[in-house]
Design a protein. Structure first.
Length: 76
C-alpha cells in the first residue's frame, strides 16, 4: 500500500508523540495534575494509533484479490 511522502505518516506522528510524552513522564519533574493529564493524553493517542493500525489492516484485507487465502504478505 503506497503512501504519499509529502505529508508525515499519521502512525509515525502518533508514535513520536507517545515517545515525547513518555519521556516527559519519566523525567519526574511534573506535578501530579500534569502527570495525570499526560497519562490521559497517552491513552487517547494510543487509541488513535490503534485505530490507525486497524484501518490499515482492514484496507490491506479488502485490497486482496478475491479468493486469496492464507496470511497477509509482508511489505518490503
Amino acid at each position: 500500500m503506497a503512501r504519499a511522502m509529502t505529508e508525515p505518516d499519521r502512525l509515525d506522528v502518533l508514535v513520536e508523540r507517545l515517545e515525547r510524552t513518555a519521556a516527559e513522564l519519566r523525567s519526574g519533574q511534573l506535578d501530579a495534575d500534569r502527570a495525570a493529564a499526560l497519562v490521559d493524553d497517552c491513552a487517547r493517542v494510543a487509541a488513535e494509533a490503534g485505530a490507525e493500525l486497524d484501518a490499515r489492516v482492514r484496507a490491506t484485507i479488502e485490497a486482496r484479490p478475491p479468493g486469496a487465502a492464507g496470511q497477509l504478505a509482508l511489505e518490503s
